[in-house]
Write a protein that binds this ligand. Structure first.
Ligand code: ASP
Length: 375
């Protein structure tokens, strides 16, 4: 009986406490709840490393390319060479300044590529090559090594700077890759600069197309790669542009922009907008941008393969790049090269062609601009 009485007293006590708790809860002054929008923004800021202090002396570096191919000194005038060197230097300095001032590798990559896209010298943006139908169809991609987020666009005809479109796809859409008309609508809706397609006309690229078409008519011995046959690739230079960078926060990024291959047909898309082929970045390993015969770079998954070799085999960037360019991709029959930066700021150029327009700069401001295999 005593036990029953004790149990009764205990239950009454517990019930009373609970009720008091409720009252106390509801009388508590309201603490402003953090809105989910704010916390998402904070997360994004964190992901983008904004408002995070960096070490002033932190190492950073940047590499660019303006295409690889049969680039021989004997085919180049001193004036033309000086023009290429000056533009490469302007582009890399643009990216370097971003990094030096504490900007992100993504911004450095975008800005450096913009300079080359706005020049008629390179096969990207203003200097894009012509398709068989005498149009210019551009591809681009960008990747953030910290988040593994990526953006790409393919086959656009009126977006002045395709790398900006790739960046907008990454930053402002839930997708990774947009193509054709849809990509152009997205670009316009996101306030990117839209130009009349005639902006991309250059005599030099148009004449190159006419030359290839004439050759095509007379050549009967095309191999089974006829759809992609391009004498420019085999016999003269070509010039996709790309950039890889490491910023002061230790974040890697890479981007690539191109007009593709002269005389391409049927909505052909190359490696440049394909994440893992033309572009790849991963803070755990490296950032890579490719240039060359796109079909082979897709089949060999060049950019990702270099990163994967580093990740899974523990080899250096230099070793991985050499293996992938010369053995894996090269042995398939492909030509071209890559520029890359690893997580420690080591920079690598690797190509199996006679030349590659390229430049590099480290945090000490040491500049290298090179064109031929042996400079
Ligand atoms: N990789 C590019 C493509 O195949 C061409 C280039 O690098 O110049 O579209």
């Amino acid at each position: 009986m005593k036990k029953v009485a004790l149990l009764f007293v205990l239950s009454v006590l517990i019930f009373t406490c609970k009720e008091e708790g409720k009252i106390i809860d509801s009388e508590m002054p309201k603490v402003e709840q953090e809105s989910p929008v704010t916390s998402i923004k904070e997360e994004l800021d964190k992901a983008n490393n904004l408002n995070i202090n960096y070490d002033e002396d932190a190492q950073f570096s940047i590499v660019i390319h303006g295409g690889a191919g049969t680039i021989l000194k004997k085919n180049m005038t001193p004036e033309k060479e000086a023009e290429y060197r000056a533009k490469l230097e302007e582009a890399i300095r643009k990216g370097y300044e971003v990094l030096k001032n504490g900007g992100t590798s993504l911004d450095a990559v975008t800005k450096a590529i913009n300079v080359m896209e706005n020049s008629p010298l390179f096969n990207a943006g203003k200097g894009a090559v012509f398709t068989h139908e005498e149009t210019n169809e551009m591809d681009a991609s960008i990747m953030d090594g910290k988040t593994l987020n990526a953006g790409a666009s393919a086959g656009t005809t009126n977006v002045k700077n395709p790398i900006d479109l790739a960046r907008a796809v990454m930053d402002d859409s839930p997708h990774v890759m947009l193509s054709g008309k849809g990509a152009e609508i997205f670009a316009a809706e996101n306030g990117l600069e839209i130009v009349d397609p005639s902006y991309f006309y250059t005599d030099r690229r148009f004449n190159a197309l006419q030359k290839i078409k004439a050759t095509e008519k007379t050549e009967l011995d095309h191999d089974d790669k006829q759809a992609f046959y391009d004498s420019d690739i085999k016999n003269s230079k070509f010039g996709t542009v790309g950039c890889a960078a490491l910023d002061k926060y230790g974040n890697l990024a890479a981007g690539t922009s191109t007009g593709g291959m002269t005389n391409k047909r049927w909505g052909r898309i190359g490696d440049a907008p394909i994440i893992g082929s033309g572009t790849y970045a991963n803070n755990a390993t490296c950032a890579v941008s490719s240039t060359g015969w796109g079909e082979y770079f897709i089949r060999a998954q060049v950019a990702h393969d270099i990163s994967a070799m580093m990740e899974y085999k523990g080899v250096s960037l230099e070793e991985a790049a050499r293996e992938v360019i010369h053995n894996k991709m090269g042995k398939l029959g492909g030509t071209g090269g890559i520029v890359a930066v690893d997580k420690n700021g080591n920079m690598v150029f690797e190509f199996n062609t006679e030349g590659m327009y390229r430049a590099s700069m480290n945090d000490k401001g040491n500049l290298k601009v090179e064109i031929y295999e042996k400079n």
